[in-house]
Design a protein around this ligand. Structure first.
Ligand code: RIB
Ligand code: CA
Length: 309
């Protein structure tokens, strides 16, 4: 366990979440202290069931805390059209084992974990930011113990849920605004790098042939309607993990980031001020480009480690 980076994963699994989480579970550089769930791709009961299914499948003993079922203010949305009705369609995980599920909600569990461990902790946020925003508002004292919030979200350009808004931020723009203005170190893997972090059919075939985990992931891929197997499946959330484990694959800039929360057409749009028009102090490290080959090699190498006997 020496020199492992302590992390909490906040997630809305989600097929691309599942791939990202699998690589975290088998990384010798990370110590997963807690996994918290949030509504996003599907509702909170399903995202919570899905993480429990993955932990049972991978035989990992990690505590889980259930988080917010709704955004801070706005009505819930979902992405069943991308991830299927269950959020992880395509593989029969059998009965859900609820024993890892804590009685506390995600915010309480995150607070307790962050305050109890001696070292600083990194929050890996790969879903809407509702839980993280609530944590920072209810318990601001955690800020000095958070090394960094590494999140998949936002867009340098166009959106995938709104004209200019990416799904995680679009789900809860108010939460994103709280997180972006929290003063905590931020690292962001926006849509633009996810759109280049693609798994093509030849890659899916390699993943399928790896091991039982690869077979499961391949089964999920066949139901992941994010561009489709032939055109390349977008590994959005794995980009946030890649920032943690192999940041050299990215071009990264320090810049000012905020989010629109009012207006007629652009609510949820992330303002990533690469040209410093706003003359605001940088508050985030933003991945603005990715070495696609380096990503692919890293993804396949990392998934190959996700072996269960
Ligand atoms: O826009 C992509 C993000 O939305 C990913 O985190 C995906 O899992 C969905 O939550
Ligand atoms: Ca996600």
């Amino acid at each position: 366990m020496e020199n492992r980076r302590s992390i909490i994963i906040d997630t809305d699994p989600g097929i691309d979440d599942a791939v990202a989480i699998a690589m975290c579970l088998f990384s010798d550089k990370l110590k997963i202290e807690l996994i918290t769930t949030v509504a996003g791709n599907v509702d909170i009961d399903k995202t919570t069931d899905n993480i429990l299914k993955l932990l049972k499948f991978y035989k990992k003993d990690i505590k889980v805390a259930k988080g917010s079922s709704v955004p801070l203010i706005r009505k819930p949305i979902h992405a069943k059209n991308v991830h299927g009705e269950s959020g992880m369609d395509g593989y029969d995980f059998g009965e859900v084992d609820y024993s890892p599920l804590l009685s506390e909600n995600a915010v309480e569990a995150m607070y307790k974990k962050i305050m109890e461990i001696n070292n600083k902790i990194t929050i890996l946020a790969i879903g809407p930011l509702t839980n993280v925003a609530l944590l920072l508002k209810v318990y601001p004292e955690v800020k000095e113990k958070i090394e960094e919030i590494v999140l998949m979200g936002g867009s340098l350009s166009r959106g995938n849920m709104g004209v200019l808004s990416e799904f995680n931020i679009h789900c809860d723009p108010d939460a994103a605004k709280i997180v972006f203005n929290s003063g905590v170190n931020l690292a962001i893997a926006p849509l633009d790098v996810g759109l280049k972090a693609l798994v093509f059919p030849e890659d899916s075939a390699k993943i399928k042939a790896m091991n039982k985990s690869g077979e499961m992931i391949y089964s999920l891929f066949k139901h992941y309607r994010s561009f489709g197997l032939r055109n390349g499946l977008k590994m959005y959330d794995s980009c946030a993990v890649a920032y943690l484990l192999k940041p050299e694959m990215f071009e990264i800039v320090d810049t000012f980031v905020d989010v629109e929360i009012c207006g007629e057409y652009a609510v949820g749009a992330t303002i990533i001020d690469l040209k410093n028009y706003l003359k605001r102090e940088a508050n985030a490290r933003v991945c603005i480009d990715i070495n696609q080959e380096m990503f692919k090699d890293w993804l396949l190498e990392s998934l190959n480690k996700c072996n269960i006997d």
